[in-house]
Every structure is written in C-alpha cells, then in structure tokens.
Design a protein around this ligand. Sequence first.
Ligand code: ATP
Length: 430
Amino acid sequence: MEKVVSLCKRRGFIFQSSDIYGGLSNTWDYGPYGVELKNNLKRSWWKANVYERDDTLGMDAAILMHPRVWEASGHVQNFFDLKSDCRDCKKRFKGADLIDKNKCPECGGALTEQRPFNLMFKTYQGPVEETGNEIYLRPETAQGMFVNFLNILDSRHPKLPFGLAQIGKSFRNEITPGNFTFRTREFEQMEMEYFVRPSEADKYYKSWVEERFNWYINLGIKKENLKKREHAKDELAHYADSCTDIEYNFPFGWSELEGIANRTDFDLKQHAESSGRDLKYFDDALKERFYPYIIEPSGGVDRAVLAFLVDAYNEEKVRDDTRVVLKLHKDLAPTKVAVLPLLRNRPEIVGLARTIARDLKKTLVTVYDDTGAIGKLYRRQDEVGTLYCVTVDVKSLEDKQVTVRERDTMQQERIAIEKLKEYLSNKLIS
Ligand code: ATP
C-alpha cells in the first residue's frame, strides 16, 4: 500500500488536498494521471451500463436536493453511525469497529457511551443561517433518480424492467475515514437504479450481482482478489431486503467495493407518501398499477480506482534492475502511447517524433517525451501504465519505420510510420 501511495504522489496520480497548508486530512486531489484514470473508469462504467444496454438511461441530478427528500428517504432518522470517545486519549471510534465497547483499543482508557452521529453534511441555503434554511449535501446519488422517476416516465416512457444510471459526488461525515482514498468524506459513486416487477426482483438482483462482479474481472481485476459477500439480515440498511457486497482484497484486508441491494418498493412508496404525487407504474401487459421494486448496484469510483491501482502494481526483475509497471487494462490506462526520440540532440529525429506524436494525439491519448535516455523513458512510462512506446531512431529517417514496444511483454516490433496509427488503433480501440 505504501508503494502505491508513494507512486501516486511521485508520478501525479493522487495528492493530499491543500498540501501546502499541511493538508486537509483524508481528502485527496487527483493529479494529471489520476484524473485520466478516474475518467476512463467512469467511461467504462457508463459504456457497460448505459451505451451497451437498451434498457437503461443516464441522468445527472444536482447534489443539493429538497430537505424533505432526506426525511422521506429515512436518512434524517436512520443514517447514522454510533461513536464513542476515549476519556483519556480523546480518540474517536466507530461503535461497529470496537470489540470491547467500554475499552479504548489504542490506550486502554475508558470509553464514553456510544452516541448516534448522523453522517449527512448539513449546510444552509441562502444568506441566513437559520433552521428553515438547512439543507444537506447528498450522501448518495440514488435519491436523485427516485425523485425523477415521474419525469423519466413522462418524457421517455420506458417499460419495466429499466434502469437509471448516474455518476456523481456524494458526501458523508464519516467518523473514521482512512486507508488513503478508500473511505473519505467526499467521494464519487456510480449508481444504477433498476426498476422491476416485484415478482422479478430476486431474479434481477442475482443477475446484477453477476453482471457487476464480471465488470471488474473484465477490466482486469485478478479473480482471486475479488469476492461476493451476502449481508446477514441484521446488517442490512434500513431500506434493503437483501444485499451482496463485492469485496476486494486490499492490502488492509477484504473490503467493500460495491453493494448490490434489493431496495424493494421502499423509496418510491416513501416519496409518493411524502410528496403526495402518484409514483405508481402502470404495467400495460399485466394491466396493473404498482410500485416497482428497485435493484441497486452502487459502487464507489474512488474505491474502484484504488483497487485497480493496487491490482495493477507490479515489480519485475529485468536483468539487474527492477522495473515498476502498472499493468492497467487498456481502457483504463491514463496514457495509451508515448513517442520517444532515441537521440534528443538530432533535430531531424526530434522533428519526426514530434510530428508522429501530433498526429497520434488526434485519436489516442499520446505524450511526447525527450527528457532522458531511452531506458529511463521506458521505465517512466511503465510506472504510469502507458501501453505502447514508439521510438524514433536514426534508421527511422531512412526506412520510415519506428520501434513499437508493448508495456507488459516489453516486446518490440518495427512498424511502418504510415501504418502506425492503424496498428495502434486496432490494438487499443475496442
Ligand atoms: P461502508 O460500509 O464501507 O461504509 P456502505 O455500505 O455504507 O460502505 P453504500 O452506502 O452501499 O456504502 O455506498 C455504495 C458505495 O459507495 C460503496 O460500496 C463504496 O464503494 C462507496 N462509498 C460509500 N461510502 C464511501 C466513503 N466514505 N468513501 C469512499 N467511497 C464510499
């Protein structure tokens, strides 16, 4: 884990937020490579869950919502963790993490009684800070889809089963954030709300568990590092009838990446009651009106980015040297191609390399680098997971060919410059 955290900082994937002020604890900023990786991950999710299906629609709701949403959803009442403080060392603990509820696990001191602590961030809308103006930063994106259910039915007329997909920021005032980007107070979620006939809920719940598990595997997570864990009844959230977590074998232990829950008709019923609007669905085929059940696969973007980074991190012995290589899936790699001149003091070589890079940039994320010897340039690209390195040498000026080196095998091939774009595109675009 330390190696991944250090690579993230050193190479510009993830930085501590507000670093020059000593940092804001447990808050992270994505740097140039990090933002590409995160965007690629979100794009892969969107492609699999919106573009490649014909039963889902995308949307993007606001982070701020009417405060009554959170009363109806149960979050004002139920979305809390129990916390205890140590009377001696003053450290704060989440009740669920404590083995002995009375004794501090750090210093052995006495703990205060457990008190509920609501995880929603509260703020004020408008210039007056008074009770009537209180609103919340959303703790999940899901409610944005439930409260738009009618708008979607009226504008797009989808038939059951259908899903609404959304990616966006959520906020939780976690008591014990930590493990780098695993648990933070501001994070991004990728959520699907899949509306089904109640009699079919279990079938779709099970198929979504498989679907989501396979998404991680298809994007390169090693099978032995991923598992499913079904929740016991006493662990379920207040809205769920059943839930399965997809867990990843992080360096700090098996931990949740995503949860797939059967939320029943809880949410639509609650919002119908609270808003006074009719949120039932009329099923043409069954000639019945009812509240659909909702199957929800809900994953964290930041947790997934961390899992893919950890899983892709490799150290390999190459002759007397060790190379660090991020073996990220081609759809996730932040940079697809690096163009490198073998001799940086030869203007014809540099000129040709720059022309090739400029041309490739139009279709593939490509960088040009001439700031070191070739061995060093290769290592630098391996460390950030660049898939192909294209080297321009003296011979290229005559035979109009370049050397293409593949990241994982390090195998090299001579390719004609005029065929290069087609060659790389065939390998990289799926
Ligand atoms: P946990 O048990 O780890 O607190 P949760 O079960 O409360 O998570 P959900 O409410 O199911 O989480 O949220 C769905 C997904 O959102 C999680 O699987 C996770 O990937 C992500 N997520 C939730 N809380 C956080 C957080 N504080 N930081 C980063 N990601 C989070």
